[in-house]
Design a protein around this ligand. Structure first.
Ligand code: GLA
Length: 348
């Protein structure tokens, strides 16, 4: 195990962005930069032991600032969407910045992912990133102290441990928005990858991608991914849900949610054999198939074409503050939010 620190780049105001790379005894490694606490690289072996970087992203800070579609970042204080950019806590209405269609609030108007985080090496397998979100920014109440610990073990598990505490009652929903391509970031689309999502239900959306409030059965729909399914198989099926979003971009309700860390999903690339398992203690996972990627230049000058990466964003359901029937994510002042997500890598 080791942690290595290097300079990644600098912002226009002169602040230096550092990169922390954790490597285990199998030579698997994960790199995170202080801009957005962003995962920039994951090197993992295929079934023949050939290593590739399986994260779609950028190799320069300009990419993350100017061309980003949330590649690898930590999203918060509220990941995903809030309908009409508003919610109410104890009778007080909070109005957020409507950064999408001038109607919905997506990914908190990009707050956490554009912040420069403090980094601290915890030990030779773990780096902790912390940030203080000021009261009222983008409309969210409370000064929110947040920490994300990234650690890697010799079982090739990359663990993300989130904690956050506010001085006002508020909503908290944190995720990582990594785009994976298990064939390597330069290997085309993920349509041939096989996915399994441990969910009998998902949350259908309206044409603004806001949940209708219903939790619907996946049975007999393209959202039935309970058995290994080729991502490309039904992604363009002609149904309202997929037409609204242009392909998979939906929250799945993880079976057996009880607050302990359980398996939510697994994806395999049949060519390389590389496999990703996602485990979490949160109730939902957004499966986003990279439908909006449209050719911006990424690592080594390789364009990110439509669906060249997929995201599995562990989360509370989108728009939870406006749906009392969803598992709730409102926390009292001084009450700590804690959550763990694990990305486990193997090859078969
Ligand atoms: C999330 C959303 C998508 C899209 C991406 C960023 O995953 O669910 O609809 O906005 O972020 O492009």
């Amino acid at each position: 195990m080791s942690v290595n620190v290097s300079e990644f780049g600098s912002l226009n105001d002169g602040r230096i962005i550092h990169k922390y790379t954790i490597q285990n005894k199998n030579n698997v490694s994960a790199s995170v930069i202080t801009y957005g606490a962003t995962l920039t690289e994951i090197w993992a072996p295929d079934k023949n032991g050939v290593f590739k970087d399986i994260l779609v992203g950028f190799d320069d800070i300009e990419g993350f600032i100017e061309r980003t579609d949330y590649q690898g970042v930590i999203v918060g204080p509220y990941a995903n969407r809030i309908g009409n950019s508003t919610f109410t806590i104890d009778g007080t209405q909070y109005n957020l910045v409507a950064n999408e269609n001038k109607i919905t609030c997506l990914h908190s108007n990009g707050e956490f992912n554009t912040a420069v985080w403090n980094a601290e090496i915890v030990d030779d397998s773990c780096v902790a990133f912390s940030y203080m979100s000021p009261d009222g920014l983008n409309g969210f109440p409370g000064n929110l102290k947040v920490c994300v610990k990234y650690s890697l073990n010799d079982e090739n598990e990359l663990k993300l441990e989130y904690s956050a505490v506010s001085d006002k009652k508020t909503v908290i929903n944190l995720t990582n928005h990594a785009y994976f391509n298990l064939g390597g970031y330069d290997s085309g689309t993920i349509l041939n990858h096989r996915i399994t999502i441990n969910a009998n239900k998902y949350t259908p959306v309206d044409d603004f991608s806001i949940p209708t409030g219903e939790t619907a059965d996946v049975e007999n729909t393209p959202f039935d991914l309970r058995n290994e399914t080729k991502i490309g198989e039904l992604i363009d099926a002609d149904c309202d849900q997929l037409n609204f979003t242009g392909g998979y971009d939906h929250n799945f309700c993880i079976n057996g949610y009880d607050g302990s860390v359980i398996k939510a999903a697994e994806v395999t690339d049949p060519e390389s054999g590389r496999t990703l398992e996602v485990l979490t203690d949160l109730p939902g996972v957004q499966f986003y198939a990279g439908n909006f990627l449209k050719g911006v230049i990424g690592k080594s000058g390789v364009p990110m074409v439509k669906r060249s990466g997929f995201c599995l964003e562990t989360q509370f359901y989108p728009d939870t503050p406006n749906h009392k029937n969803f598992p709730q994510c409102t926390f009292n002042a001084g009450e700590t939010f804690n959550s763990t997500t694990i990305f486990r890598f193997s090859a078969k």
